[in-house]
Design a protein around this ligand. Structure first.
Ligand SMILES: [Zn+2]
Length: 464
């Protein structure tokens, strides 16, 4: 049980009145941000990424923040500071202002012409992640206006999150002398577990690799020399097949699942009890599952490594045509989802060693990696977050893991190893995260401000 959050008597009444008073302005601001198509994956929108940061900078400046927009070799990053008390600790709040492309034909309104309809704001980026950034900003503004305790705030909004945060580490390195070391890092770029507020404590890492096998310098006739010269495709496929078994379990030595402690086990059981398996079947459009056991499904997504083959190079792809030639040079495109406990470089070595046991000439190439991350369930910030969710959303949060990765987080952990990450969800999966008709509900805006105000109050009061 989280410790009770001691909010002052009139806190809730004042907060609700403030929300009532400010919500129209917040919606206008969100409309302005959503109307800027800051699609980081498309180079022609690079200027929009700069523009969206300039727009949000104006909003933050109105609340008293000083700010800086930093250029990287990729897209820019916005940093802003609000120092209330030089004695108080700093916290960092991370969000992103870039969005996914919005070319799905199922959009019922124009994705970059925001629309308020049936208590929802429709538009690309409304829930991921522009809306949650604004609710947090308004929570800060409320505490500041009413003179409530507030930690010193350092905002970091990037514009490459949807494209892998490739230059975020470079930004942190470049800004190292200007950045304040935060006591904790707040991230709201995650989603509810069904209808339950959620605090994400674990994210998987990712290793992208290519496995390559070459034999000779040109294709060979399968009749004249077939059965004599090696077929690298046969041999590579055979080696790859030893990396994962028919139940989807990785069989590469040393690439194993972590042992969960009692607290993690309890969090898993609690989520399994409310997990909607039917919904997952609908969302995965008829794909067969390795298991139908709900608890095991969650464990697999949260904390088991994966090994996936996505494609090959050097193979024949013309539909219906078979050319009876042996390929001489083949490559497999692979990904492995990893645990926070695993170093992607070690996994890369383990993978190469394992494949070379099948064929000594197989070479493995690193094609990009992200470390997983895990936050401390016992940190005071996490406990305050749980109490804040209960106040803000009216339900105690589930403590969850995520199968995916947020590229900026391992970089934060590299630069600020002693600052726990706190991930408070404000969006729902059914708000069409990354899909057509993305929207942010007005109820999530109100409750998001409530949750963030309570959380930041808790941190500010605790620091006094
Ligand atoms: Zn996203």
């Amino acid at each position: 049980m989280p410790p009770p959050l001691h909010l002052p008597d009139h806190f809730e009444t004042e907060l609700n009145a403030y929300i009532q008073d400010q919500i129209e302005e917040l919606v206008q601001n969100l409309f302005e941000l959503v109307s800027i198509p800051s699609i980081s994956k498309l180079p022609e929108h690079a200027e929009d990424c700069q523009r969206v940061l300039e727009a949000v900078a104006k909003m933050a400046a109105k609340f008293g923040f000083s700010y800086k927009i930093t250029q990287t070799q990729g897209l820019p990053v916005f940093t802003a500071w609000l120092e209330q008390n030089p004695e108080a600790p700093w916290i960092t709040i991370y969000n992103h202002m870039d969005v996914q492309p919005a070319d799905e034909p199922q959009w019922e309104s124009s994705p970059f012409e925001p629309l308020l309809k049936d208590e929802r704001i429709y538009g690309r980026g409304s829930t991921d992640d522009k809306g949650p950034a604004l609710t947090t900003l308004y929570a800060i503004a409320f505490l500041k206006e009413k003179g409530y305790p507030l930690p010193n705030i350092q905002l970091i909004y990037e514009t490459e999150e949807e494209n892998g945060s490739k230059h975020f580490g470079q930004f942190l390195d470049k800004m190292q002398t200007e950045l304040k070391t935060p006591r904790s890092i707040l991230v709201s770029d995650t989603i509810f577990e069904g209808d339950h507020p959620a605090l994400t404590y674990r994210l998987r890492g990712l290793l992208q690799a290519e496995a390559e096998l070459i034999s000779g310098s040109q294709d060979q006739h399968s009749g004249m020399v077939g059965g004599v010269v090696e077929n690298p495709l046969n041999l590579l496929v055979k080696a790859l097949a030893t990396c994962v078994d028919e139940s989807g379990t990785v069989t590469i030595p040393d690439v194993t699942a972590p042992v969960l402690n009692a607290e993690e086990q309890a969090a898993l059981e609690k989520t399994a009890a409310v997990f909607n398996l039917e919904r997952l079947h609908l969302d995965t459009h008829g794909s067969r599952f390795y298991t139908e056991d709900t608890r095991e499904i969650i464990e697999r997504i949260w904390c088991r490594p994966t090994f996936e083959i996505h494609g090959f190079e050097g193979i024949q792809t013309t539909p219906g045509m078979i050319k009876s030639a042996l390929p001489y040079h083949v490559k497999a495109k692979l990904t492995l989802r990893l645990m926070a406990e695993q170093d992607p470089n070690q996994v890369l070595k383990a993978l190469e060693k394992h494949l070379q046991a099948s064929h000594p000439d197989i070479q493995v190439h690193d094609r990009g990696q992200l470390r997983g991350c895990k936050s401390d369930l016992d940190s005071p910030a996490m406990q305050t977050a749980a109490a804040a969710c209960e106040f803000g959303f009216g339900k105690s949060p589930l403590i969850v893991g995520s199968g995916g990765s947020i590229g900026a987080l391992p970089e934060f952990q590299r630069i600020f190893p002693n600052s726990p990450l706190v991930l408070i969800a404000q969006s729902l999966m059914s708000d069409h995260y990354h899909g057509p008709n993305e929207n942010f509900r007005m109820s999530q805006i109100r409750n998001g401000i409530r949750t963030m105000a309570a959380y930041l109050y808790g941190l500010g009061a605790g620091s006094e």
